[in-house]
Design a protein around this ligand. Structure first.
Ligand SMILES: Nc1ncnc2c1ncn2[C@@H]1O[C@H](COP(=O)(O)OP(=O)(O)O)[C@@H](O)[C@H]1O
Ligand SMILES: [Mg+2]
Length: 287
C-alpha cells in the first residue's frame, strides 16, 4: 500500500537574485507503507530540500506531496495532519536539545500534540526504550551526555510522536562505526515495533546497503535513480559519475573478481561478502 507519493515536485531558492537555484526539478516517486527508503546523493543534490517537502516545512512550487492519497498542502488541517504523521529529524538534531532533563526534551513533541500527561509519560518511556535509554539517563541533563547519547535523545524526541513516517537527515553523521551500527539498529527497532515507514538520508553507502528496501539517488535536483539495493549499486559507473560510490563490500568483491571471476557481482554488504568468500574458499579446499 502506497503511503506517500511525491508527484512532479519542483522547488527553487533565491528567486530573482543572481543566486537563484533549482533545488528540486520535477521529482516523482512513491513509498510503500513499512518500507525503509535510503536517500543518497552528492552534497547540494537536493536531499534535505526534498525531505522538508514531506511534512510541508517547504511547499512545492509545482507538483504535490500526497499522504494516504491526500495533498498535504490542501489546507491548514492537512498540513497539521502531515506534521503529526511525518516526523522529521534534522541533521545534527542534538543542537536542538534545550530542556533540563532528557525526559522533558523527549516529552516536548508529544506534549505539543495535546496528549494527556499519562500518555506523554508512556510515550517518553517507549521512545527511551527504542533508543536504549535507561531511567537514569532520562533524568540527566542532555548537556551531560556523550555525543552519541545526545543524538539518540534527540531522535527519541521525534520517535515519541509515533510518526507513521520517520524521516532522518544523516542520522549517523559523525558517529563512529559502532555508534552508527547501534543507531541504525534502534531505527530498525522503531520500524519493526510500530510498522512505520522510515526514510534515511545518508552518505554511507554501507549503511544504506545494509538497511534499505528502496534507494532514491538524487543528482543536481533530479531523481537520477530509484530502485532496490541491487538495482542501484550494480550501476557503479553511473554512481561514480555522480560523485558517489558503491558499498565497501561491493568494491572489494569487484576488485577480487579480476582474479576470481566466479565471485558474484551482487554483493552489497560485509556479511554477504564474508559468506561469498567463505563458500568460495571451502569449495577450493574440498577439491
Ligand atoms: N536556504 C537556502 N537558501 C538558498 N539556497 C539553498 C538553501 N538551502 C539549500 N540551498 C541550495 O539548494 C541546493 C540543494 O541543497 P540541499 O537540499 O541542502 O542539498 P543536500 O541536502 O543534498 O546537500 C544546493 O545548491 C544548496 O546550496
Ligand atoms: Mg543535506
Amino acid at each position: 500500500m502506497v503511503i506517500l507519493e511525491v508527484k512532479n515536485v519542483s522547488y527553487g531558492y533565491s528567486h530573482g537574485t543572481p543566486f537563484e537555484i533549482t533545488a528540486l526539478n520535477n521529482v516523482s516517486f512513491s513509498v510503500e507503507k513499512g518500507e525503509l527508503v535510503g536517500i543518497i546523493g552528492h552534497t547540494g543534490s537536493g536531499k534535505s530540500t526534498l525531505i522538508k517537502m514531506l511534512n510541508s516545512l517547504l511547499k512545492p512550487e509545482s507538483g504535490q506531496v500526497l499522504l494516504h492519497g491526500k495533498d498535504i498542502n490542501a489546507n491548514k488541517a492537512s498540513i497539521k495532519e502531515a506534521r503529526s504523521k511525518v516526523g522529521l529529524c534534522f541533521q545534527y538534531p542534538e543542537y536542538q536539545l534545550f530542556e533540563e532533563t532528557c525526559a522533558k526534551d523527549i516529552a516536548f513533541g508529544p506534549k505539543n500534540m495535546g496528549l494527556s500527561t499519562e500518555e506523554v509519560k508512556e510515550r517518553v518511556l517507549k521512545a527511551a526504550e527504542f533508543v536504549g535509554f535507561s531511567k537514569e539517563l532520562l533524568n540527566k541533563s542532555p548537556f551531560d551526555l556523550s555525543g552519541g547519547q545526545k543524538r539518540r535523545c534527540a531522535i527519541a524526541g521525534v520517535m515519541a510522536m509515533f510518526p507513521e513516517v520517520l524521516v532522518l537527515d544523516e542520522p549517523t553523521a559523525g558517529l563512529d562505526p559502532i555508534g552508527r551500527f547501534e543507531l541504525l539498529r534502534m531505527i530498525e527497532n522503531y520500524r519493526k515495533d510500530t510498522g512505520a515507514t522510515v526514510m534515511i538520508v545518508s552518505h554511507s553507502m554501507d549503511d544504506i546497503a545494509k538497511t534499505a528496501d528502496k534507494i532514491l539517488v538524487m543528482n543536481k535536483g533530479t531523481l537520477a535513480m530509484c530502485g532496490s539495493v541491487q538495482e542501484v549499486f550494480s550501476k557503479a559507473d553511473t554512481l561514480i559519475e555522480m560523485g558517489l560510490s558503491v558499498p565497501t563490500a561491493t568494491s572489494l568483491i569487484s576488485r577480487l573478481r579480476a582474479e576470481i571471476p566466479e565471485l558474484s557481482p551482487d554483493i552489497f554488504t560485509v556479511e554477504a561478502a564474508a559468506e561469498e568468500l567463505s563458500v568460495y574458499f571451502k569449495g577450493r579446499t574440498s577439491k
